[in-house]
Design a protein around this ligand. Structure first.
Ligand code: AMP
Length: 178
């Protein structure tokens, strides 16, 4: 249970790091939150709660900070945990999706036996920024014929309008930055 942990308690444990990894980016550093087990547990519980009762069978977590949040969310929902990784990391047969970055492209991979047509999937990541990563993750899950029930993020950078890239999707985010 989240107990008495509030969204403000969680927000206080997110550190803004200006100009990381490059000038002009304010990086949302979640490591202070991870150091506080009460606030961390509360954040996980609040990210999980909207999807209790949604019959989620798989939690797909996006490399790499998504793993830290996706693992406890999956346990809380009694769902299987699926790591979605950068190319070249997963050892067995895998599917791949490519997506556009500001300059160039990136890709994500997922084991083909990790998600099946009957699965109901929740996608988890730390930050929703432009939405490109999340949209690509959903595309890759759907290549397996599975149902993407929704997304849960710790942080949404509202000013980047990631939701617009995810129209028609169910999106939950705990902390919002305008
Ligand atoms: P996007 O595809 O633009 O929505 O970017 C999402 C991915 O980039 C997530 O996996 C985040 O971990 C990371 N990310 C983007 N912007 C930030 C930020 N300001 N602080 C921390 N992580 C970020």
């Amino acid at each position: 249970m989240a107990g008495t942990v509030t969204v403000q308690d969680i927000a206080r444990r997110i550190r803004d790091v200006p100009d990381f990894p490059k000038p002009g980016i304010v990086f949302k550093d979640i490591t202070p939150l991870l150091l506080d087990p009460v606030a961390f547990r509360g954040a996980v519980e609040l990210m999980t709660a909207p999807f209790r009762g949604a019959r989620i069978s798989r939690v797909v977590s996006i490399e790499s900070r998504g793993f830290l949040l996706g693992a406890p969310v999956a346990l809380g929902l009694e769902a299987g945990l699926v790591p979605m990784r950068k190319p070249g990391k997963l050892p067995a047969e895998r599917g791949r999706v490519e997506y556009a970055l500001e300059y160039g492209t990136d890709a994500l991979e997922m084991h083909t036996d990790a998600v099946a047509a009957e699965d109901r999937v929740l996608i988890v990541d730390d930050v929703l920024a432009t939405g490109g990563t999340a949209a690509a993750a959903a595309r890759l899950v759907r290549t397996r014929g599975a149902d993407v029930v929704g997304f849960t993020f710790l942080i949404e950078l509202d000013f980047l309008k990631g939701r617009a890239r995810l129209q028609g999707e169910r999106i939950e985010a705990l902390l919002h930055y305008a």
